[in-house]
Design a protein around this ligand. Structure first.
Ligand code: APR
Length: 232
């Protein structure tokens, strides 16, 4: 089977009712990103950051995968599919995608502040807070405080090397719902081999090289069109 590699951003979850970051009324229009999603912000006011991700987690549990997420699962019948996502939601997993690599972390997880390999999927009865919310007072079984398992701005992207290896093995590379303004994630497109077929699904696409096949539609329609193209 040929390798199909997806690089998804917030736009693929927009039709599930999850706000993107930079569209009108986007997340960063309503919250100062350096206060709620940066390393310095966490050092300055960790309680605010716990509250911000508790709010996002509360919205996520009420959201469902959409036909774009399900369409990528359908393509697993025809391709070896790897999804690389900038999203911290778990909608790709909940739709049934088998191979999902998160570049910017996972909203449904927190991790020890002292031992970052100790991750806890919420709700987790090993933590002093048993539900979906955490705070600066939450402790793990070792008595350590926890933090959202999110890659904040000013922090390294640990899964980027693995993502580049996947992109370099792509026969088909598909970018879905990202403004391509945040690096290093935005550079993944350029790791696809020159003989790979490259597609970009976005209703308001950013500038991309001329060899990219742009489908300027919302993800649910764009993925449907992509399936028709790839399986005809
Ligand atoms: N279908 C497909 N794409 C859509 C849809 C839709 N229904 N609605 C909006 N989009 C597109 C927008 O046109 C835009 O190109 O989704 C993209 C959203 O861009 P951003 O809000 O910048 O989100 P993203 O590119 O994922 O942001 C990258 O920035 O803040 C950080 O860590 C955060 O992972 C995030 C990163």
């Amino acid at each position: 089977m040929k390798n199909l590699v997806v690089s998804s951003g917030a736009g693929i979850s927009a039709e599930s009712g999850i706000k993107t970051f930079r569209d009108a009324d986007g997340l960063w229009e309503n919250y100062p990103v350096m206060d709620v999603a940066s390393h310095d912000g966490f050092l300055r006011d960790p309680a605010l950051i716990h509250k911000f991700y508790n709010m996002l987690r509360g919205k996520l549990v009420n959201a469902q995968p959409n036909d774009a997420h399900y369409g990528l699962v359908q393509l697993e019948k025809y391709f070896n599919v790897n999804v690389i996502t900038q999203n911290v939601d778990d909608l790709h997993e909940r739709a049934g995608s088998k191979n999902v690599l998160h570049l910017h972390g996972e909203l449904m997880k927190v991790r020890s502040l002292r031992h970052e390999e100790r991750e806890y999927k919420l709700p987790c009865d090993q933590l002093t807070d048993k539900g979906l919310e955490t705070s600066i007072d939450t402790r793990d079984p070792y008595g350590d405080p926890v933090r959202p398992h999110i890659v904040f701005f000013q922090e390294a992207v640990p899964n980027m090397e693995q993502a580049c290896v996947l992109a370099q093995q792509a026969d088909v590379f598909v970018v879905i719902g990202t403004s391509l303004v945040v690096y290093p994630a935005a550079s993944l497109l350029h790791y696809a081999p020159r003989n790979a077929e490259v597609y970009y699904i976005d209703p308001r696409p950013s500038a991309v090289p001329s060899y990219v096949h742009v489908i300027d539609k919302p993800a649910t329609e764009g993925v449907k069109e992509l399936i028709e193209i790839l399986t005809k």
